[in-house]
Design a protein around this ligand. Structure first.
Ligand code: NAI
Length: 388
């Protein structure tokens, strides 16, 4: 197996930044690439700040780490000595394919090309190269230095050796909040494990939002149904990540998984009206004075949310993940969800009463007329119980 020394991180935004920092902390030489000097300067300053903070805690020597960091605007020359490349640019397939092609044409033959895409096909990116066996997915969770999970994804043509290298590099990257957890994703399917597991909850969420619209219930009342779990309630979080992001993800899932994922009336209307949340100042909430802090103890609940439905949806999707051969067992799915989302996966808790959850989902899917939410064969049969 090749000894990995030089890592190139392409795209120095939110994710690339964190990925470059943990790569430096693991002792690699790191080159960051982006399209403007201003963005690169900002990224370098932010990494320096992060390293200095860690130095004050006695974790590392900031100057030594910084001495292994380079920044470049020229992708072709930046990858000339690369052993391992991590692409973290915008979530657009044509841009990612262009980058894979340029890397393939300029990097040494042994170099691995990995993508940090959240959901898109590694196989398609690899098709832009002549080294599909050396292309893999390497999906971090935000922020990369703090979230424990990295999913390492096999494209259709990825070699076992490339996967092993990807897993080895992933395990070598420190995490500031506990041990790294590396999940091997055996099949290149949209959303991989964790994003896939959580995506059909969006079908239920769209249904709930559209019900609020029809019945004239304020959206904050729906948010109140969830209460204050974690740092942000679901609708504050949707505003924070961007209504446009949710809209695009739902459409991508509709095109690649099932039509039932299409955004509902509320999300489509908000998208069309430019009510995108934090970035435009208005979404479900008003962001003009900073992050909204709804006081749920004072807001009337909508009384629409059934948490059991969320659990059943999640177990069903986990079973689809197993059925499609994406993960080797339900423990990996549960552990990956905990490491990537700070939330327990559905199986450990739900397995005891799995028949009840199947029945609940069956009734719910019929009620809202969703084909996709119907329990899949593996869930219905209970055979997943032994697929730990
Ligand atoms: P971002 O918008 O913060 O950063 C993207 C960076 O790529 C920007 O600095 C942009 O200038 C640069 N870029 C665009 N085209 C380029 C090119 N041709 N060459 C070099 N640099 C280029 O985006 P973010 O959030 O960091 O996402 C990057 C990737 O990571 C996406 O594929 C996204 O789906 C994925 N991802 C995002 C997560 C998140 O929570 N934001 C979590 C996990 C994965």
């Amino acid at each position: 197996m090749v000894d990995i020394k030089n890592i190139v991180v392409i795209g120095s935004g939110l994710m690339g930044n964190g990925i470059a920092q943990v790569s430096l902390m693991a002792g690699y030489n790191v080159t960051m690439v982006d399209i403007s000097q201003e963005i690169l300067d900002k990224a370098v300053a932010s990494i320096e700040g992060g390293l200095k903070k860690l130095e004050t805690k006695g974790v590392l020597n900031a100057a030594e780490n910084k001495s292994r960091l380079k920044a470049s605007l020229d992708l072709s020359s930046a990858v000339k000595d690369a052993d391992y490349i991590i692409e973290a640019v915008v979530e657009k397939m044509d841009v990612k394919k262009d980058i894979f092609k340029t890397c393939d044409e300029n990097a040494p033959p042994h170099a691995i090309i990995a993508s940090n895409t959240s959901t898109m096909s590694i196989t398609e990116m690899a098709s832009a190269t002549k080294r599909a066996d050396k292309c893999i997915g390497m999906h971090f969770f935000n922020p990369a230095p703090l979230m424990r999970l990295i999913e390492v994804i096999a494209g259709e043509k990825s070699s076992e050796e490339s996967m092993e290298i990807g897993i080895k590099v992933s395990k070598s990257l420190p995490c500031l909040r506990g041990d790294r957890y590396v999940a091997k994703v055996l099949k290149d399917r949209p959303g991989f494990i964790v994003n896939r597991l959580n995506s059909p909850s969006g079908i239920y969420m769209s249904y709930l939002l559209d019900t609020c619209l029809e019945q004239g219930i304020p959206f904050e009342s729906l948010d109140a149904d969830f209460g204050s779990r974690g740092p942000m309630s679901p609708l504050v979080l949707s505003d924070y990540t961007g209504i446009d992001t949710g809209y695009h993800v739902r459409n991508y899932n509709a095109e690649t998984l099932h039509e039932d994922f299409r955004p509902g009336k509320v999300i489509t209307q908000m998208y069309n009206e430019g009510k995108l949340g934090r970035k435009t100042g208005q979404g479900f909430y008003d962001w003009s004075k900073g992050r909204p802090q709804p006081d749920f103890s004072k807001i009337k609940k909508a009384g629409l949310v059934d948490r059991g439905v969320f659990l059943a949806i999640s177990m069903n999707e986990g079973c689809r993940i197993l059925e499609e051969g994406i993960a080797s067992g339900w423990k990996v799915i549960d552990d990956a969800n905990m490491a990537g989302m700070n939330a327990p996966g559905p199986f450990e808790y739900g397995i005891k009463n799995w028949e009840g959850h199947v029945k609940k989902l069956e009734e719910f899917a019929d009620k809202i007329g969703s084909e996709y939410l119907k329990p899949c064969d593996l869930f219905r049969s209970g055979k997943f119980v032994d697929m730990k």
